[in-house]
Design a protein around this ligand. Structure first.
Ligand code: NAD
Length: 293
């Protein structure tokens, strides 16, 4: 008997992830704050639409959250008609958003007091790999509940264990720190090169055949920056949030990380300059402005 799955947060990532679970044959209940998204997902995925998080949890053995940030996750779990109120003892929460490790640990402790288990299981790979079920999934928490959730997680991608609860959220933020830095330095190189007279498209080809290659040179520059589409599907606001989490981990571990701090300041500057609701690849326009283009 497959566990019944409840999925909360049907945005850019949540909807295709929920589709992977539905396609694997699990019975699914869905919910988003945007009722239109809830209804569309229910129809497209042949899932039940829930009227509240507690109602969703009542009909689920495992609840997945894929929400913008830890504050929202905390609210959706803890409010009177939230997940904690509806889930039966022994129920499992897979917190797949990119969250704050310390808040995740607190939520896991609250869950435990209610006879529930929470694992952090954030993902990397973006919308394209969410669609194909090929995400990198980091998992923090105890082994026994993890084994109970492994099959569901594997419908969405490849699972890697990172340690106790909270460790996956720390790992995810540090991954995005590296990704954010790689994007930034790559865009700067393209701007310098084009001033010199190099063709940016040729530069990307050379970088991808050389040691300067990274995920941005491979998957982002031609697709979203040189094309001027700026529509990778990962929000600039979310990237700035993740960099804040990474810096928070540096702070709590008393790790001096000057480049991480500078990187965050530049991404924050882009957020202020470009305004809310931008794709993270639009950061290139802020770099162009700084370069005096
Ligand atoms: P998104 O903004 O596209 O989707 C978030 C969804 O949550 C929206 O549909 C929104 O309506 C819903 N929501 C907000 N508050 C809610 C509430 N109180 N109750 C129910 N639903 C609520 O964001 P996304 O890009 O799908 O990202 C989700 C999480 O995954 C974030 O933590 C993000 O950092 C992380 N992430 C995103 C990507 C990406 O490429 N987009 C990749 C890896 C990780």
């Amino acid at each position: 008997n497959l566990p019944r799955i409840g999925f909360i947060g049907l945005g850019a990532m949540g909807k295709p992830m929920a589709r992977c679970i539905a396609n694997a044959g699990y019975s699914l209940t869905v919910l988003d704050a945007d009722m239109q998204l809830t209804e569309n997902a229910a129809q497209d995925l042949q899932a039940a639409a829930a009227s509240s998080a507690s109602a969703l949890a009542q009909d689920s053995d495992i609840v997945v959250t894929m929400l913008p940030n830890s504050a929202i996750v905390s609210e959706v779990l803890s409010r009177p008609n939230g997940v904690f109120a509806g889930l039966t003892k022994g129920g499992l929460i897979l917190e797949m958003s990119s969250g704050v490790p310390d808040m995740t640990k607190e939520l896991a402790a609250t869950a435990e007091r209610a006879g529930l288990v929470l694992l952090d299981a954030p993902v990397s790979g973006g919308v394209p790999r969410a669609r194909t079920g090929e995400l990198a999934i980091m998992v923090g928490g105890e082994d026994t509940p993890f084994e109970g959730a492994r099959a569901v997680l594997e419908t969405m991608g490849t699972v890697m264990r990172t340690g106790p609860v909270g460790s996956a959220h720390a790992m995810k933020a540090l991954n995005n720190l590296v990704s954010a830095g790689g994007f930034l330095i790559g865009v700067e190189a393209l701007l310098i090169g084009s001033r010199f007279g190099l063709d940016p498209s040729v530069m990307v080809d050379v970088l991808n055949a050389s040691t300067g290659m990274n995920n941005s040179t491979q998957k982002k520059f031609k697709q979203y920056v040189l094309s001027r589409k700026f529509d990778a599907g990962f929000g600039l606001d979310l990237m700035v949030k993740d960099l804040g989490i990474a810096l928070g981990v540096a702070e709590t571990t008393e790790t001096a990380a000057p480049l991480a701090g500078l990187c965050r300041e530049i991404w924050r500057g882009a957020q202020k300059y470009l305004g809310p609701g931008q794709d993270h690849t639009a950061m290139a326009q802020f770099c162009e402005m700084m370069a005096g283009s």
